[in-house]
Design a protein around this ligand. Structure first.
Ligand code: DC
Length: 229
């Protein structure tokens, strides 16, 4: 079987990264979480007091962005490519609510999207790649071999996220998370540049009542039926 490009898009907190990671491990592909790049830019803006600049002088902000580096390095223990802002591992930090609350606004800015897409397209796809996000099948890799769109009910998503954050020792409220998830979906699907859409050739998976294993089984079957000869 040839090495595939798999695009996973979908609503917020639908477990896209867990599925992408499992698929990458199973097939020996590279996994890139594109959302973490928008989160890295958001963290950079917060830490350097540049949030206002993203609204008042986006060109200056982009100049500053070009001075920093956003890289991925594979971690042999977690089996994912973790994100680095300059030489700092920010994989855990970017999951916090302070970033989640602002990231959709940052990700809606066309100039920022342009820079991120440019980086995403430099990935060597020869070894096979799984990338998750909101515009992977529509903008980043419209020629992807397999396009998946994940969704689930609002309450199921909020409950999963809440439990995950509590497990990680974070103080959060379920209501806050539910509001944030709905708000991000709204902003992501209604922005003018690269909104979240379901591509015609995407396979939609509602995982409200599916385990990760159920989903991997379903996707593996899709891959086998479509690509093994
Ligand atoms: O996948 P995530 O929740 O970590 O993504 C964070 C935000 O970044 C999300 O609100 C939408 C945005 N995003 C995007 O616009 N395009 C992508 N390819 C990935 C994420």
């Amino acid at each position: 079987m040839k090495n595939l490009t798999i695009a996973i898009d979908g609503h917020a907190s639908t477990g896209k990264s867990s599925i992408a990671k499992e698929l990458a491990v199973k097939y020996g592909y590279i996994y890139i979480n594109s959302g973490s790049m928008y989160r890295a830019v958001t963290l950079f803006a917060i830490e350097n007091n540049l949030l206002k600049l993203t609204k008042t002088n986006i060109n200056l902000f982009i100049d500053k962005l070009k001075e920093i580096s956003i890289n991925f390095k594979f971690n042999d223990n977690s089996l994912i490519s973790e994100i680095y802002l300059n030489s700092r591992n920010i994989e855990n930090e970017i999951g916090g609510m302070h970033v989640s609350k602002l990231v959709s606004e940052i990700a809606a800015i066309p100039e920022i999207r342009k820079e991120m897409v440019k980086i995403q397209r430099t990935i060597d796809r020869g070894k096979g790649v799984v990338m998750d996000g909101r515009d992977i099948g529509s903008v980043v890799f419209p020629d992807a071999d397999l396009k998946l769109f994940l969704t689930a009910s609002d309450s199921v998503r909020a409950k999963r996220r809440f439990e995950e954050m509590v497990k990680n020792g974070l103080e959060v409220s379920y209501e806050d998370i539910l509001y944030n998830i709905k708000n991000r979906d709204l902003l992501d699907s209604t922005r003018s540049d690269s909104p979240l859409i379901i591509e015609k050739d995407a396979v939609v998976i509602d995982n409200s009542h599916m385990s990760i294993n159920d989903q991997i089984d379903k996707i593996s079957k899709l891959i086998k039926d479509k690509f093994s000869n």
